[in-house]
Design a protein around this ligand. Sequence first.
Ligand code: CMP
Length: 136
Amino acid sequence: MSSLEQTLSIIKPDAVERNLDNEIKDIFKNKGFKIVKEKKIQITKLEAEQFYKVHETKPFYVDLCAYLSSGPIVVMILEKENAIIANRELMGATNPKDAIEGTIRKKFGLSIDKNSVHGSDSIDNAKIEINFFFKD
Ligand code: CMP
């Protein structure tokens, strides 16, 4: 079954720093995603800790939050039929080493931390994550 969904996408500091944000946005658009809202921001470490709270018990949590707040990011609401799974497929595996050809992380990811993009992993988390960055 297909349904029109919205998901949250983040272009992470490693990609923004390399000026890849427009190229990555074009990849989404060419794959049929509508960018409903977007903004380039830099978040605080505290905001990153809140955003990634689901990972707070993980060994990589501290580094992850320091990293996401280390430079500008682009946050977007993406819309498409089955947007959540479609975005996860287009991003590729979390670790760029495992990502298959044709995915964003394969093309641009540098490491499991600097993996260029984030995407919501479920309908519930998409709502939470969209609301986190776009409250209006
Ligand atoms: P992301 O999809 O943004 O969600 C959490 C992030 O934690 C993930 O991408 C990775 O960049 C980062 N991370 C670092 N180490 C790990 C790990 N061992 N397993 C999963 N995610 C990790």
